[in-house]
Design a protein around this ligand. Structure first.
Ligand SMILES: C[S@@+](CC[C@H](N)C(=O)[O-])C[C@H]1O[C@@H](n2cnc3c(N)ncnc32)[C@H](O)[C@@H]1O
Length: 201
């Protein structure tokens, strides 16, 4: 099973809240891509951050495309559609946020994410190495703890594909230990120094 949990990278989520959402909320539609989403805690954390920041009707304009190779058929799509997660994956969520967006479930030790959060996420199987973009108008692409699994040349090609998949001025976020390759650095401007958050130029 892929390793992931809710609110895994708080500095990145706060950077999205402070630097990305204020820009994207100006748009009519907000499309985001979570590439390499595993069982869903990352795209759901992203959805919660948007929900906390946006008004009721603004949040209705958000669509998160969650994709993963799901190589060993762990059925990530089914897990995401159920929205039911074991306690160890939710325990790092700030308490007030957890209480608003999760409820106890009949299954002992599991918590169910709120329907309104679930409605903005759809899952599809997708291998980044195909270099096939799933749309070309994303406001935000999140790809964390995935690129390290690729060869350097594949990583460069995937980042170029992300660049093409972003709308003008769109944002790309990766994990803190994943540095932007020199050959793709000219395609983006880093937004803040302590998070690998980039904006398409
Ligand atoms: C360690 S998990 C990271 C999950 C989540 N992004 C996070 O940071 O918590 C890595 C995920 O990348 C996915 N992955 C690896 N290679 C991929 C590829 N070529 N295309 C799409 N997903 C891939 C794996 O299936 C796995 O679910």
């Amino acid at each position: 099973m892929a390793f992931t949990f809710f609110f895994r990278d708080l500095p990145a989520l706060h950077a999205i809240r402070d630097h990305v959402i204020p820009e994207l909320r100006k748009n009519r539609y907000i499309n985001a891509w979570d590439a390499g989403c595993a069982m869903g805690p990352e795209p759901y954390s992203l959805a919660i951050i948007f929900k906390e920041a946006l008004g009721y009707y603004e949040f209705k304009r958000l669509k998160i495309y969650a994709t993963d190779l799901d190589e060993e058929s762990h059925e990530f799509g089914n897990i995401i559609a159920k929205g039911l997660y074991p306690e160890e994956t939710v325990k790092r969520i700030p308490r007030d946020i957890f209480e608003k967006h999760f409820s106890a479930n009949n299954k002992p030790g599991h918590f169910k994410i709120a329907d309104e959060i679930m409605q903005c996420i759809s899952f599809q199987k997708h291998d980044l190495r195909t270099l096939k973009p799933i749309r070309d108008d994303f406001g935000l692409i999140v790809c964390k703890n995935v690129l390290l699994h690729l060869q350097e040349s594949e990583r460069i090609d995937v980042i170029k594909m992300f660049h093409k998949s972003l709308a003008p001025g769109g944002f790309f976020v990766t994990e803190q230990t994943q540095k932007m390759p020199v050959t793709t650095a000219r395609l983006f401007k880093q937004v803040i120094s302590n998070v690998q958050l980039f904006r398409k130029v």
